[in-house]
Design a protein around this ligand. Structure first.
Ligand code: FMN
Length: 180
């Protein structure tokens, strides 16, 4: 099974989540090849080669980072060809999360889901019974809050990384069920 994890990260938090998801996928299934790369480095060929595509982004001003949106827009050509239909999709995000309502993370993740669904992909959410959900879970996928209580940059918690690993294992399990 070929997996592509494409993400953007300026300060390393989203990259940490990406690596934790990769570790979870490896733990969940043997014989997986994982291509972990930035959205800017990701080519259309990388998308085509993958059985499973996972997109991750920091929340930037209430939506995804432009680097991830640019990849999505580059891939519009593949939508014309229905080339990603049937592939498995997963999403994750990090955000400062200042305030009581997540700083725009939900709409960011839903926008990623929406794009995958437009392509006819099979979107995998994050079931609440899985390890880590209580701290780093949203039904859309794992989320790491990286800001502190004063609204200043900090780092994603170990609990959020547990959620990311758990989501990776879930993606592997679901994809195994679909591809075998
Ligand atoms: C330009 C910019 C805009 C941001 N806007 C938001 C926002 O709207 N909501 C939020 O929760 N966090 C926001 N943040 C905080 C980042 O999402 C957060 O620090 C994230 O974990 C950074 O990920 P990274 O370390 O992978 O770059 C913003 C950060 C930057 C640099």
């Amino acid at each position: 099974m070929q997996v592509l994890i494409a993400y953007h990260s300026d300060y390393g938090n989203t990259k940490k989540m990406a690596e934790a998801i990769a570790a979870g996928i490896r733990a969940g299934r043997a014989g997986v090849s994982i291509d972990l790369r930035t959205a800017e480095e990701t080519s259309l060929q990388d998308l085509l080669a993958a059985d499973m595509i996972v997109f991750g982004t920091p929340v930037h001003m209430g939506s995804m980072a432009w680097q991830v949106k640019q990849l999505i827009d580059r891939a519009a050509k593949l939508w014309m060809e229905s080339a990603l239909e049937g592939k498995v999709g997963g999403v994750f995000a990090t955000g400062g999360g200042f305030g009581g309502a997540g700083g725009g993370v939900e709409q960011t993740m839903i926008a990623l889901h929406s794009n995958f669904l437009e392509h006819g992909m099979l979107v995998v959410g994050f079931p609440k019974s899985l390890p880590g959900y209580a701290d780093g879970g949203l039904q859309w996928g794992p989320y790491g809050r990286s800001g502190n209580h004063e609204g200043m940059p900090d780092t994603v918690s170990e609990a959020a990384l547990v959620a990311a690993r758990s989501y990776g294992a879930h993606l592997a399990e679901v994809t195994t069920g679909i591809t075998t």
